[in-house]
Design a protein around this ligand. Structure first.
Ligand code: NAD
Ligand code: WQD
Length: 345
């Protein structure tokens, strides 16, 4: 058995998939989640897939005393993967203080508790949102591209959290950290036992696509067809959530088992820019389902095009996105059908 890892936000979308991959790789996992955006039944799903039930504590990362008790209860914790955060960009504009408190206080508590409880490393969930719209010469975007002013309080919390971790390590703190900048995570576990559970009307493209395909939404609106891209629609780097989860296992091995630098940053993307229109075509091809969609005006604040240069993660972490877009979209569709079968959506 490898080391014990605390996964905050472990019943959420990316956290649940990462717990599966950590357990498959032999790590012991303790999940902390306040269930503000997920369900406790996800633990059953993780057990069903892996045969191992992770420890689970329903605790809020903002609660310093409760987090202190978690570390005291599980003294073997050596690493943290910190997913717990509020993540809805639009909501963050309406409720900025909620976002600043949740996303910043949670990290501060973890960082303060790490040395006290002998926790050596932390992997932080950052985002390509820190790059804003990269200048044309910086596409595909590397980790050295300039950080642009944040477009939302949510995006700002990611930038501030990166700076907090950097400042803390620069102060001589005896911890190591890896910042993983995710591009657009999509899809669900191939078993369809765990997956993405959007709240209300989805803001993200793929859940909107699958909900339209199954008839929950009438029509997908493609926001803008006059961008400076080959087909006029926006370009993103869509990364399969299971591939993304595996990047965390590699990052954890690097933090705990090697003498790597105390702070490192990696892009986690495929390296391929895909347009919204190409997503629709690929979804129809992969599933055989015809989507009802139409062009609509641009969405305020959208980035025109961004995709990753993932070479650093490929070389240094020894990680590469492996799953095809078609397989990824099929996994999202299978998950949507499973939700329907269970009467959930
Ligand atoms: P998610 O909402 O599915 O998962 C987050 C989990 O954290 C939820 O289960 C929620 O209940 C929990 N949580 C929130 N605040 C908490 C708190 N104070 N204490 C304990 N638990 C708390 O989101 P996700 O898509 O899995 O995202 C995980 C992380 O990755 C987040 O930090 C997010 O900002 C980051 N990220 C996500 C994306 C994306 O597109 N999904 C992209 C880049 C970065
Ligand atoms: C993708 C593309 C839309 C819905 C957001 C956050 C970002 C990051 C990932 C966390 C865009 C288009 C979408 C629809 C559409 N999260 N679209 N019709 O905007 O890249 O990023 O999630 O860090 O911070 O901002 O992802 O899935 O919302 O959109 O045409 O109904 O799909 O315009 O081009 P985005 P998305």
């Amino acid at each position: 058995m490898k080391q014990t890892i605390l996964v905050t936000g472990g019943t959420g979308f990316i956290g649940s998939h990462t717990t599966v991959e950590l357990q498959n790789a032999g790590y012991k996992v303790v999940i902390v989640d306040n269930l503000s955006n997920s369900q406790a039944s996800v633990i059953d799903g993780i057990e069903k897939i892996t045969g191992v039930r992770p420890a689970f504590e329903q605790v809020d990362c903002r609660d310093m005393d409760a987090m202190d008790k978690v570390f005291a209860k599980y003294p073997d914790i050596e690493g943290i993967i910190h997913f717990a955060a509020s993540k809805a960009v639009g909501e963050s504009v309406e409720k900025p203080l909620l976002y600043y408190r949740n996303n910043i206080v949670s990290l501060l508590n973890l960082l303060e508790l790490m040395p006290k409880h002998g926790v050596k490393g932390i992997i932080f969930s950052s985002s390509c949102t820190v790059y804003g719209q990269p200048d044309p010469e910086n596409l595909p975007v590397t980790e050295d591209a300039p950080i642009k002013p944040a477009e939302s309080p949510y995006g700002n919390t990611k930038q501030i959290n990166e700076e907090i971790i950097r400042d803390y390590i620069n102060s001589g703190a005896d911890i190591k950290a890896i910042l993983l900048r995710y591009f657009n995570p999509i899809g669900s576990h191939p078993s369809s036992i765990i997956g993405e559970m959007p709240n209300g009307v989805p803001m993200n493209l793929i859940p909107y696509v699958t909900q339209t395909a199954i008839g929950i939404r009438e029509q997908l609106k493609v926001f803008g067809n006059d961008y400076d891209t080959p087909d006029g629609t926006c370009i993103r780097d869509y990364i399969y959530v299971v591939d993304l989860a595996k990047a965390h296992v590699k990052a954890m091995e690097r933090v705990l088992d090697t003498d790597s630098d105390k702070l490192e940053v990696f892009n986690v993307g495929t390296g391929h820019g895909v347009s919204t229109k190409q997503i629709i075509d690929a979804f129809e091809k992969a599933t055989g389902v015809k989507l009802n969609w139409a062009y609509a005006p641009r969405r305020a604040g959208d980035i025109e095009k961004v995709w990753a240069n993932p070479e650093k993660a490929n070389k240094v972490l020894g990680w590469k996105a492996e799953t095809s877009l078609e397989d990824t979209l099929r996994s999202a569709w299978n998950w949507q059908k499973k939700l329907r079968e269970e009467g959930i959506q």
